[in-house]
Each structure stands twice: as structure tokens, then as C-alpha cells.
Design a protein around this ligand. Structure first.
Ligand code: DPP
Ligand code: ZN
Length: 884
């Protein structure tokens, strides 16, 4: 496909005001009649034909204002329908198409998921239901009549409010009519038909309007929807309180389906969810599952204002709704749980996914300037970095300034399809701020590098920070401009307290945030009596790669004393990472890793001691301690090394640090394990989850020593667990650290949960992650296991996705067999579901940083895919960019 460019945007030639759909559901031959109330767009090209998008549609008939249109009046292909010389006035176009939901393995448009009819239209799936101007700036009011066999689909759901329903007399069929009064783009269209159980609860909005909330699930699973319902109600209340956003329909429905490409979808009034993000019970879901459900329920609900009421002008603006909505769901979870722990988790995710993306061939700006396949831009950069950009806006403008900008945005653009410029202009106007340099965050890809060197001047009693920013080249962007970077700062005194920050005149520091705008810049603070330790980029205020002239003693000090919890955590991580880099055999001089290598074991011991101090500190939140004790991931270490990466060396270094922690901290770990034993029935709340997180972290660190008593403890933990968090964590410890006990435990787990696909996903994922050469054969065998299916995205992601993305030593086997296996899986999947195939292929994104043998085999695997016959646009786009 030809690339689409942001600069080529033109308004649509024709607008659609109303869409009346009549959908007669049938597993192989669903008939859709669409009546489109259209008119020429005054901003479009005068006299233009009507050009509609389509995809794999069978066209039955076309009528203009009720009169059938002869073949000469239009031109139809499977991908478009053109009305050749339409009258240039309001008209009604009626189009009849037929489609086959049960043959729809792409899971885009209308398809059957385990017997339930459902839809997915974002980004370009509506064109698989009817011919339509499938672009987000065409907003229409939809009325949908759905008809189906009563037996087959007793539940019929659409967008908006239900206005009519009943049986069709003399037949076995029934119908429902749904009307959505809010104009929306077609990507927010949805319908569902099936046999579903429901839970329902009332909700009263801030202004007293009653809303009926419903969650629909597969028969027999209603008891597992309670937590999602609770999360929904909390989300609705929070959005009223924090952003002034109130719900705007009489009903809000969520449907959980088993076959789904994404996590969930924010269709107006009818969210469709991957069942993984709705269903939870203590026996089947972990604490992480509960937290994800809470976050994703909130995310999709928050889209009602940021995405639906105000949508995107074009798909280049995807971050306008996604980055902003991720920011909103992060804030929600922070308010519901522990803010510091949530921040740490979010930054870890940002680094592992987004920084990795930014460092490889798939790097792209938060707002891309061009794309070949929009499905490939639902990325960590658009979502997670997009959220960081909104967070920086808040840091720069302050709480009130940020809210004023949001209020203006809702006020000014409600009902519109907006752009990033329009969004930023609201913040500029509401605050009298100039955000032109800040806007580069949306346009420049790559992670900015920021070097900060601090100098204390004893004679002048001043402290100076010299800051230098570097923008590294990324694909298509060899040269870049300096960015506006907010660095939150503290100067920590010897007693661990922050010193007052007194900027010298003329420096650019707003409160405790340094606003860096030039390539090199210095900031000076007065009245600094003794040498402080600077705590820089507190709370990860800017998504940058930071290097400093802090000595390891300074980092050890911050790891014990920083009042900013994020930087207290980060100081330990920075030291651990430097140690792991040097232990992986790479320690260039003048780096922290080099210094650590030179410092020998004493420094590692000091680091372990500092971590031990946090472990023993009873004033700290257990969830925070669990984060502090976690060793940087293999991906983090690989990124820090940057080139000639050897995953086996990294794995070995990381394993031995964990063993060292387990040995050195054993007494503290044992105490933590005992202190946080369960003291009642399982509850998924954040405090209880934090205690389990610490207890399980202790269990794992001790087991990583391989001592028989520790393995026995893990086995007992597994066998006596009364909830999935503990049971699965113990299983994972056994799988990674106890080869002799592993298979029996895996088998017991399988037998217990064999009828529960979401739990079986955990079982598949865990086996795919074992770092030993037998794993590839195990994964191959599991692809033939009855529990596995290439047709279900969750199964594929659990088994093959985890092998590729979460098992660095085996995916990157030096003999190339891991690469080849994944390449063949991508090719096979591509024939069935291109989106899932392209996502899996993304696992190759860091291939260029591998050492030569592995790099060669990754390249051969990528070329094998590139040479595959009939590649989808999704896969051919990713493979071309990966090799480019
Ligand atoms: N459903 C996806 C999300 O909410 C795409 N909109 O992020
Ligand atoms: Zn979203």
C-alpha cells in the first residue's frame, strides 16, 4: 500500500449526517442494509463523486433516494464504491451488502467469537460491514436495527439507548433497535448478538441522571464480572470528580468476548472487551489481573469523553485520544491505589516497551507523519509516551493550569474531530503559555538523552547543575531540535532532607522543576551550605535517558534516603543496572558500570546492603519494597549495553545477582515472608496485593539460591495457596528454579484449570518463558496441545508471544531456531489474522543490537518473512521497517 501522509489531509467531500442500519444476523450470510443521509461538504471539492471504502464485501444493490441505481451509476470493487455523478445536494444512499461473520478470522468488522456475534471497527473495520467513508472525521447519528434467531442470539445490543424490541411474528426471529443520539465516527460503531449472562447495577450521575450499567459475559461466568462492575462505578465517579466528565446515555454496556485482537474497545455506550480484562475471581485471577481490569475498564470508560465526545480528525492524531486516556487511567489507578508504586510500574513498562521501540528500527513520533498500515501504530509510543507527554504538560502548567486547559478543550471541541494542535492550543490559551517548543514531543521520535553534572562551590555556597540534552537520530529523523524538558529536582542534604531551592537570579527554575530548553544550560542555586546530593528527574518527570556525575556513594545515599519514592527506587535500579552491565562482560571506562567493575565486590555488597535496609524498613509500603527488590529486566540490561548484545551473558549476570540477593538478605526475606503471611480471605485491594507482592518476591529471591529448603517452601506455597496470585507465583518459582519439581507442578495446575482458558493462558505463558534450550521443543509441542489454538489471539500471545518477547535467551538462541520458529508462526498467522501476526513480528524490534551470530539469524528470519507469499499490509509494513 502507498504511504498515507499527515500533510495530505483534506476534509471529506461528502458528509454523513445519519446512518440507519438494518442488520440481519446469520452465521454465514449476514445481510446489511445501510441508509446513509448524506450531503456535500461545503469544505470539500465541489462536484466530487461519493467515494466509499469497503473491504471483502459482497454488494447486492445500491439506491439513490429510494430509486435503484443502475450499474452505470456506480463503480464497485471489493475495496471501494463510487457513486459517479451524484446530485450535489442532500440525498439518501441505500446500500445492501452481505458478509460472512464465521469466515472472518481477522476479527475486524463483524465476526463470531465462540458463538457470539460481535464487532471491532477501530481503526478501519466498519468498511467490512458496509461501504462507508471510513475515516474518523465523518460524524453521524446512528440507528441500528438488529435481527437474529431468538435461540441463537437472545441478547441484541447496539450503541446508545434501546428504543424498540420484539418478536417477528410467525417466525423464530426477534429484533432490537438502538439509537445513539451522539454523532460519532464509524470506528465507534458496535453491535453484539448472542447467548450471554448479565449483571446489572444502577448508577446516578453527578447531576442526578440514572444510568443502567450492564456487563455481559459467557453463560455461567457472571460471578466473575463483579470486580469489573465495581471498577466501572469507581471510574464513573472519579471522572466526574477529577475532570468534570459525566456520562451521557441511559445505559452503559460492556460485553466480554473470548476472541479479541486488542485489550478492549470503547464503542459508544457498548464497550467490547477481551474477556481477560473483565473476568476475575480469586481462584482464577492474579493481583496483576485485577489491577489490569481496573485500569482497562477505566481506560475505555474515560474514552467516552477523550475519544468519543471529542474524537480524532485523522489517524495521525491517535495519541490525542490514546495518550490522553492512558494518562487519565494512570491517574485513576494512582488515586485508587498507591501513587508511587503505580508510577514505578508505569515507568518500568514505558522503559521496557517504549524505550525499546524508540531505540530500534520501528521508532516513530508520538504523532507519526506517515503510515502504511494504521493498525501498526497502536504502539507503546502512541500510548505510553503519549501519556508521558500529557503528564509533562501537567508538570509544566501545574494542577490548576492543566485542569483549565482540559476544561477549555472539552468546552471548545465537544462534538468535533480534533487535532493535537487544537489540543495544545487549549492549554496555551488557558494559561497564556507558549507551547511551540513543547509540541516537538509529538513530532520528534527517539528518547532524549539528558546529562546532568552537579558542582558544589564551597566558597560561593552555591550549587550548579550543568545540563546537556542530546537528540539521537532515528529512522527518517537524522537531525533534531532541542526539546522542552521538565526535570523535577531535589537537593538532598546530609540528613536526608530536601534543602530549600533558592534559584540564583536569571535561572529558569519554576519551583522544584528545572525547565530545560537549550542544548546546554546551567542552573544555579544559592545558600547551599554543604554539598548536597541532587535527586534529578523526580517521579520520572520527563521520559528521558538520564546520566549524571553522581558517584555510586551518592546513588547509595539516594537509595536509602531520597524522599521522592520514585528516585529512591530508581537509584537502586541505576546501580543494579550498572553492575549487571559490567557483570555481563561490558564495562566501558568512565561509565558507572566501569566504576562498579573497578570497585569490585565492595560496591555490590553496598548495593545489597542498601536494598536490605529498604527490606527491613517497616515504614515503607510492602508493594514499594517489592519493587525495590526487583532486579532490572533482561531487556533493560540489553538496552543499556546497546550493541553486540549476548542474551546468555545477561541472563547469567541477572541470575547471579538474584542469587546473591537471596543469600545475603535471607534473614530479612524470611522475616518478610513470615510477616506477610495471609491473615484472612483473599481480597484484591492494593494493600493486600502489596503484601503478597513482597512475600512472593521474598519467596522467589530465596528460591533462586536453589537450596532444598527454599524449593520445599515454594512447593508448599503452591500446594496451600487459596488464590491464583500465590498459586501461580509459586508455580512460576518452581518452573524457573526447580527443574525436578517443575513438571509435576505444571501438570497439577493444568488438571485443576483445564476448563478455564484464561488460566491455561498463564500455564502456556509460563512454559514459554523458561530459559533453557528444551523450551523451544516444549513450545512447539504445546502448539499441538488441545488447549492451544492459532485462531484465538489470547492463546497465541500467551504461548508464542511470550516465547518471543519474554524469553530472550531462547528466542535469540545462537543456532537461530527460535527466530525461525517465530518467523514461521508469523507467516502462518498472517494468513488468518494479520494484526496478531504483525504484533508478534514486533518481537524482532531490537535485532540490530544483538551480537553478530544472533543478528545474522534474526536477519535471515526477517528476510524469510519478507519473501513470504501474499503478505498482509500489516506484516509487510513491519518487516520492511525492521529491515530498513
Ligand atoms: N481499544 C483500544 C484502546 O482503547 C483502541 N481504542 O486503546
Ligand atoms: Zn484507548
Amino acid at each position: 500500500p502507498q504511504p498515507v501522509r499527515l500533510t495530505d489531509y483534506r476534509p471529506p467531500d461528502w458528509l454523513v449526517d445519519t446512518v440507519d442500519l438494518d442488520v440481519r444476523l446469520h452465521p454465514q450470510a449476514t445481510r446489511v442494509v445501510a441508509r446513509l443521509g448524506m450531503r456535500p461538504n461545503p469544505l470539500g471539492r465541489p462536484g466530487a463523486p461519493i467515494v466509499l471504502d469497503g473491504d471483502e464485501l459482497e454488494l447486492k444493490s445500491v439506491a439513490l433516494d429510494g430509486a435503484p441505481l443502475a450499474g452505470a451509476g456506480y463503480a464497485a470493487t471489493p475495496s471501494s464504491l463510487t457513486i459517479l455523478a451524484p446530485p450535489q445536494e442532500p440525498l439518501v444512499l441505500t446500500i445492501e451488502t452481505v458478509l460472512d461473520p464465521s469466515a472472518n478470522t481477522k476479527l475486524m468488522g463483524l465476526y463470531c467469537s465462540s458463538g457470539t456475534y460481535c464487532t471491532q471497527c477501530e481503526a478501519e473495520g466498519f468498511r467490512r460491514i458496509t461501504y462507508f467513508p471510513d475515516r474518523p472525521d465523518v460524524l453521524a447519528v446512528y440507528t441500528t436495527r438488529i435481527e437474529a434467531e431468538r435461540e441463537e442470539a437472545p441478547v441484541l445490543l447496539g450503541n446508545g439507548n434501546k428504543v424498540e424490541s420484539g418478536d417477528i411474528e410467525g417466525t423464530t426471529r426477534h429484533f432490537a433497535v438502538w439509537h445513539d443520539p451522539w454523532p460519532k465516527p464509524c470506528y465507534l460503531f458496535a453491535l453484539v448478538g448472542g447467548k450471554l449472562d448479565r449483571i446489572t447495577e444502577p448508577f446516578v450521575t453527578a447531576t442526578g441522571k440514572e444510568v443502567e450499567l450492564g456487563i455481559y459475559v459467557e453463560p455461567g461466568k457472571a460471578a466473575r464480572a463483579g470486580y469489573a462492575m465495581d471498577a466501572l462505578k469507581r471510574s464513573m465517579r472519579w471522572d466526574e470528580e477529577v475532570f468534570g466528565c459525566e456520562y451521557d446515555l441511559d445505559v452503559f454496556n460492556i460485553v466480554a468476548v473470548a476472541d479479541f485482537n486488542m485489550g478492549a474497545m470503547e464503542n459508544k455506550g457498548l464497550n467490547v472487551f477481551n474477556d481477560k480484562y473483565v473476568l476475575a475471581s480469586p481462584e482464577t485471577a492474579t493481583d496483576a489481573d485485577y489491577a489490569n481490569i481496573e485500569a482497562i475498564i477505566a481506560h475505555e470508560y474515560f474514552h467516552n469523553w477523550t475519544g468519543n465526545r471529542i474524537t480524532c480528525r485523522d489517524w495521525f492524531q491517535l495519541c490525542l485520544k490514546e495518550g490522553l486516556t492512558v494518562f487519565r487511567d494512570q491517574e485513576f489507578s494512582s488515586d485508587q491505589r498507591s501513587r508511587p508504586v503505580k508510577r514505578i510500574a508505569d515507568v518500568r513498562l514505558l522503559k521496557s516497551h517504549q524505550f525499546a521501540e524508540d531505540a530500534g528500527p520501528l521508532a516513530h513520533p508520538v504523532r507519526p507523519a506517515t503510515y502504511r498500515e494504521i493498525n501498526n501504530f497502536y504502539t507503546a509510543t502512541v500510548y505510553e509516551k503519549g501519556a508521558e507527554v500529557v503528564r509533562m504538560l501537567k508538570t509544566l502548567l501545574g494542577e490548576e493550569g492543566f485542569r483549565a486547559g482540559m476544561d477549555l478543550y472539552f468546552d471548545r471541541h465537544d462534538g468535533q474531530a480534533a487535532t493535537v494542535e487544537e489540543f495544545l492550543t487549549c492549554f496555551a490559551d488557558a494559561n497564556g503559555a507558549d507551547l511551540s517548543q513543547f509540541a516537538l514531543w509529538y513530532a520528534q521520535s527517539g528518547t532524549p538523552q539528558v546529562e546532568v553534572n552537579g558542582h558544589w562551590d564551597a566558597a560561593a555556597r552555591s550549587y550548579r547543575l550543568d545540563v546537556r540534552q542530546t537528540q539521537v537520530p532515528t529512522p527518517g529523523q537524522p537531525d533534531k531540535q532541542p526539546m522542552l524538558i521538565p526535570l523535577a529536582l531535589g537537593l538532598v542534604g546530609a540528613d536526608g532532607r530536601d534543602l530549600p531551592l533558592v534559584p540564583d537570579d536569571g535561572t529558569n527554575a519554576a519551583g522544584s522543576v528545572l525547565v530545560v530548553s537549550r542544548p546546554e544550560q546551567s542552573f544555579v542555586f544559592r545558600d547551599v551550605e554543604a554539598r548536597p546530593v541532587p535527586s534529578i528527574n523526580r517521579g520520572f518527570s520527563a521520559p528521558v535517558k538520564l546520566t549524571t556525575n553522581l558517584a555510586s556513594e551518592d546513588l547509595l545515599f539516594l537509595a536509602r534516603h531520597d524522599t521522592d519514592p520514585f528516585n529512591r527506587f530508581e537509584a537502586g535500579q541505576t546501580l543494579a543496572l550498572a553492575h549487571l552491565v559490567s557483570a555481563s562482560g561490558l564495562a566501558p571506562e568512565k561509565t558507572l558500570a566501569g566504576a562498579l567493575a573497578a570497585g569490585g565486590t565492595a560496591l555490590v555488597e553496598a548495593l545489597i546492603e542498601a536494598l536490605g535496609a529498604s527490606l527491613e524498613d517497616e515504614t515503607l509500603d510492602p508493594a514499594f519494597i517489592a519493587q525495590v527488590l526487583s532486579v532490572p529486566s533482561e531487556g533493560d540490561i540489553a538496552r543499556e549495553i546497546g550493541s553486540e548484545v549476548d542474551p546468555d551473558a545477561i541472563h547469567a549476570a541477572r541470575r547471579s545477582l538474584r542469587r546473591a540477593l537471596g543469600e545475603a538478605l535471607r534473614p530479612g526475606l524470611e522475616r518478610a515472608y513470615g510477616r506477610h503471611a495471609p491473615d484472612g480471605a483473599y481480597s484484591p485491594d492494593a494493600v493486600s496485593a502489596g503484601r503478597r507482592a513482597l512475600r512472593n518476591a521474598a519467596l522467589e529471591l530465596m528460591a533462586s539460591t536453589g537450596e532444598a529448603a527454599d524449593i520445599a517452601r515454594a512447593l508448599a506455597h503452591f500446594e496451600t495457596a487459596d488464590n491464583m496470585t500465590d498459586r501461580f507465583f509459586a508455580l512460576s518459582v518452581l518452573a524457573h528454579h526447580a527443574p525436578a519439581e517443575r513438571d509435576a507442578a505444571l501438570d497439577a495446575f493444568y488438571q485443576r484449570f483445564r476448563d478455564d482458558p484464561l488460566v491455561i493462558d498463564k500455564w502456556l505463558a509460563l512454559q514459554a518463558q523458561i530459559a533453557e534450550p528444551e523450551t523451544l521443543e516444549r513450545v512447539r509441542e504445546l502448539t499441538r496441545h488441545p488447549a492451544f489454538s492459532m485462531g484465538n489471539p489470547n492463546r497465541v500471545r500467551a504461548l508464542i508471544g511470550n516465547f518471543a518477547a519474554a524469553n530472550q535467551t531462547q528466542f535469540h538462541r545462537p543456532d537461530g531456531a527460535g527466530h525461525l520458529f517465530v518467523a514461521d508462526a508469523v507467516l502462518e498467522l498472517d494468513r488468518r489474522n494479520p494484526q496478531v501476526a504483525a504484533r508478534l513480528l514486533g518481537a524482532f524490534k531490537s535485532w540490530r543490537s544483538l551480537e553478530p551470530t544472533r543478528r545474522g539469524s534474526a536477519e535471515r528470519a526477517l528476510r524469510r518473512i519478507a519473501d513470504g507469499p501474499g503478505l498482509s499490509p500489516d506484516v509487510s509494513d513491519i518487516v520492511a521497517r525492521s529491515l530498513g
